[in-house]
Design a protein around this ligand. Sequence first.
Ligand SMILES: O=C(O)CCC(=O)C(=O)O
Ligand SMILES: [Fe+2]
Length: 283
Amino acid sequence: MPSNTAHRAPVDLSEPAYRGIVDLDRYPIHDLHSEQGRALIRQCRQTLAQEGACALEGFITPEAVAGMVAIADRLEEKAWVTDRPHTVYFEEVDATVPAAHPRARTVRSAKHGIAYDYIPADAPMRTLYESDDLTRFIAAVLEKPVLYRSADPLDALQITKFFPTEELGWHFDRSEFSITVMYEPAEQGGLFEYVPALRTETDECYAEVQKVLEGDPSRVKLLSSAPGTLAFFHGRHAMHRVTPVGGARPRINSVLTYGTQPDMRLNDLTSKIFYGRTSARPA
Ligand SMILES: O=C(O)CCC(=O)C(=O)O
Ligand SMILES: [Fe+2]
């Protein structure tokens, strides 16, 4: 006797919520154990090790990119504006070293930051960021047994707009790795430049850092800024910057924040600087 269930349409429990947001034919993050999935992880690890960064062009679909640009435009008035000088280490200027020393110099960072709690729950990038598949993919590329999404209500996933003349000065990140997604590159400038392995865990390499700050381009590399690119970079050891934006329209992207501990948050001072507050808006 045929059973009733044989007539029912099969329910695909594996259908990911982010289908249509990621180009899964090129980047099968829903199926990392497949041959193609394993090859993807292998290639990303190799590029990251060789180049200090890895850019996956076309990772986010054009529809998702357009959705995020529309959200960024709608939320423009919610953005917190920062424009401030800082050292490449985000530490106080050291008055005891010569003026040309990297610890004595400042650069400028100016941007508009839209906090996580303004991004609608159904925004394409939020759906993707909050999926465990993406977190697992990122952990696999970074060779971490486990990664957690940031617990910060403002910084876990934000949208940054760099308007014309805005920029991010040369710096090292505090976190080991950073992950970004590009929605809209600038018409001119707004380029992501980086110097792989400019310092190490044990050596600050001040002379080399100073050369870059003085404009020596010999070790500077450029990362793809094509819309839809997901990029990994080793921001703690690779010094990097976003060059001043030119043209008429802003550069729009997101930084995705992860940690090896589940309770990662910004400290109050940093939160105040980048978002103008230290906790989520009341619901
Ligand atoms: O906007 C970018 O491409 C880089 C962002 C960055 O370096 C940072 O937020 O620390
Ligand atoms: Fe950075």
